[in-house]
Write a protein that binds this ligand. Structure first.
Ligand SMILES: *Cc1c(COP(=O)(O)O)cnc(C)c1O
Length: 463
């Protein structure tokens, strides 16, 4: 293999020259000290860029002490299967309180209820499934959901699994859902509308008040995807920011997803799915009465689940408390405003919509993927968007360290200069998006993405 091929392999499998690659169990167990030294080395190197505050999204809290504490709590219940409540009644306390705390933050009142899920994708799966069931009860055999183009792709994934059709509503010049389009798309097969607070691509809140009117008028479900914004926007409102109403105070909202593993600062692997009524929640349950293995009941997709995650999520919520969340949010919104100002200061770039904590920008003059290349070279990791090409910086606690936004402003200015006269025509970070958006192009891009997924389960090739 040529040098380029070797370099590519080293990038994908950076440990292949350092640690043994195992294709079967070691005959005798590897010593714990050796394993700990190995994982320490990997974790230290992989965390460095996030710790420095140069990553968009992904690491929402990043505090070493906070996570060491959560790991302490996790350790006590890591082995616990929360399905077995007779043995582990603590899980009932933790889950009930996680749901209640998040519901109360989102103005759920006495009626709202919910479940703890393994994250946004499961919550959205539950939403699609529940509204499909409700539709079937009303005689809709071939259900459809109306989803903004900027709605999270996990909705499309759920719809594929569940054989529900997604019809996409375009967004306006402000990048929030176009209400006229939604109205026009509602038909006899529609079972639910979706909106986001906030959208993953652009960090914007869809007009939930008006979606609510449409949902009430047509007697449809309305799910608000608050996976990203659900645990940060309420603090923005308390801080006096102009956050449109989007939670259970809006009468037509029937369910909300909010991820504890994002701005809840819990370990990865938990989210909350809330329903306006118990009646709706029941439609996501699975119970089975005549299995030789016994009576079976599970609230969502997962079977066995670790008590550690639930305990640690509960611990994150109760140790931070209102004051903790508010203090972090204040820093995040301030940094968000600074990043927005840094983009606004550059005539070549344009902020998309009116964001507060997740700032997306595009350009009509230069290729933003070239901008991303130059930012990458300076150690930043932003998220690339497409249709249209854009980047976003989703601000998290590590980004609020002193000097980070100032450095970003300077590096962004330099990156724009680079993009005006790039050394090569094709941006490195844009290559993957080049083909998307057309049917033939999508076939090629999907094939490449499948190849990447295959590669994730390959062993490192021998050196
Ligand atoms: C992250 C995210 C999701 C998906 O959540 P996972 O926890 O990654 O499954 C869904 N919706 C929005 C708006 C998100 O930001």
């Amino acid at each position: 293999m040529g040098d380029d091929g070797e370099r590519l392999l080293d990038a994908f499998f950076p440990y292949r020259r350092r640690f043994a690659t195992r294709s079967s169990l070691p005959a005798a167990g590897v010593g714990r000290a050796e394993v700990l030294a190995m994982v320490d080395e990997m974790a230290r190197e992989e965390d460095a860029i996030a710790r420095a505050g140069r990553v968009s999204g992904s690491i929402y809290h990043g505090g070493e002490e906070h996570f060491a504490f959560l790991a302490e709590v996790f350790r006590r219940f890591a082995h616990v299967n929360v399905l077995q409540r007779d043995m582990y009644p603590s899980a009932t306390k933790f889950e009930g309180e996680i749901v209640a705390m998040v519901a109360s933050l989102l103005h759920g009142g006495d009626q709202a209820c919910g479940v703890v899920t393994f994250g946004g994708s499961e919550s959205l799966f539950n939403a699609v499934q529940v509204y499909r069931e409700q539709g079937r009860e009303r005689g809709i055999e071939d259900p459809q959901v109306v989803v903004p183009l900027t709605g999270h792709v996990a909705i499309a994934k759920a719809a594929r699994y569940l054989d529900v059709e997604v019809v996409h509503a375009p967004v306006t010049d402000e990048y929030v859902v176009d209400l006229d389009a939604v109205r026009a798309l509602i038909g006899p097969r529609t079972v639910a509308l979706f909106g986001s607070a906030a959208t993953y691509p652009h960090g914007l809140v869809d007009p939930i008040d008006q979606l609510s009117e449409l949902a009430l008028e047509h007697d449809l479900g309305l799910h608000v995807d608050g996976c990203l914004g659900g645990l940060i926007l309420p603090w923005g409102e308390r801080l006096g920011l102009d956050v449109p109403r989007w939670d259970f105070r809006v009468p037509g909202v029937t369910s909300i997803s909010a991820d504890t593993h994002k701005y809840g600062y819990a370990p990865k692997g938990t989210g909350v799915m809330l329903y306006r009524s118990r009646d709706l929640r029941r439609r996501q349950y699975f119970t089975y009465a005549d299995w030789p293995g016994g009576l079976y009941a599970s609230p969502g997709i997962a079977g066995s689940r670790s008590g550690g995650l639930i305990a640690a999520t509960w611990a994150a919520l109760v140790t931070l408390g209102e004051r903790g969340y508010l203090e972090i949010a204040e820093r995040i919104f301030r940094a968000g405003a600074e990043i927005r100002a840094a983009v606004d200061a550059l005539g070549e770039l344009r902020v998309m919509g009116d964001p507060t904590f997740c700032v997306a920008f595009r350009s009509e003059e230069i290729d933003v993927y070239h901008v991303n290349d130059a930012l990458k070279d300076r150690g930043w990791r932003l998220n690339s968007l497409q249709l249209p090409p854009a980047l976003h910086f989703c601000v998290t606690l590590p980004n609020t360290q002193p000097g980070v936004t100032e450095q970003f402003a300077a590096d962004l200015r330099a990156a724009v200069e680079y993009a005006k006269d790039p050394p090569q025509a094709e941006p490195r970070s844009g290559a993957i998006y080049g083909g998307a958006g057309t049917p033939e192009g999508n076939v090629q891009v999907n094939a490449m993405l499948e190849g990447v997924l295959d590669a994730m389960f390959e062993l490192a090739p021998p050196v």
